[in-house]
Design a protein around this ligand. Sequence first.
Ligand SMILES: [Mn+2]
Length: 311
Amino acid sequence: MTQSILGEISAAEFLAEYWQKKPLLIRGAIADFQPPIDGDELAGLALEPEVESRLVVGRDWQLEHGPFEPERFTTLPSSHWTLLVQAVDLWVPEVAELLTRFDFLPPWRLDDIMVSYAQDGGSVGPHFDYYDVFLLQGEGTRRWQIGQRCDERTPLADNAGLKILADFEPTDEWLLQPGDMLYLPPQFAHHGVAVGNCTTFSVGFRSPAASEMLDDLATELLSRGGAPRYLIDPPLTPELAQGPIPASYIGEVKKLLLDALDNDQMLAEWFAQFMTAPKYPMLIDETGEQRSAMLRNADGSISHYENGLKR
Ligand SMILES: [Mn+2]
């Protein structure tokens, strides 16, 4: 039997005490972890137009979007850059396999496994996410610092592409080695810096925002057809016609909108679709096997960046 990725902590305890509440460091979450993909293979993926990838370069975190030309990798500095590849679980079944270790969470909450490769000093800057994330260290060492809880009012630095925190106040710091894992709830400031070359597997769990859900739900309600319901006026008086929109009108608007949502079966059906909708709709015609085969050599190995990133 595979050991639990939560170490000594039971799944029930993790969910009750830590999930969405507080960070947790798990040393040796995967004993003798053999990372299923390395930097050169990640760089190989980042050459492909169907794969979502980014580079973050320099001490001021300049963002570039993939796909990349092989020449881009030959012109990178020898330190202070990171290559990030999104949804590697969709492309590499050996990476998707890691998800079996997270079976204490509902699978539909998963967003993706992002894998990053960083050269010494590489980072994406101190930031926060609206994600739950498990940061599993692959090859090499990364220093993780975590800090204050943030929200939409937290001041950001002036960076063209990334949401870097203007002020980062570290409260804890750890060096993660291969197989170590840090769990972070949403909105905790964090900053991970490569110590030497390293890879990190970020298993991310998405919480949708109400605005995203309403956007998708509106489309769903339209597609279901059904008799539209219209706003009903509150009791009117001639005086009401003169002033600004009265509060009683807003009351009716709210009632109508809440009424449109007051259908548990509809919400359950829509929510299941919404949470399991493919992340990359243009890829749905290919099976997992076909996707994986697109990026393989004849001998089954993952096609990698031939020149090698480590210099
Ligand atoms: Mn992050």
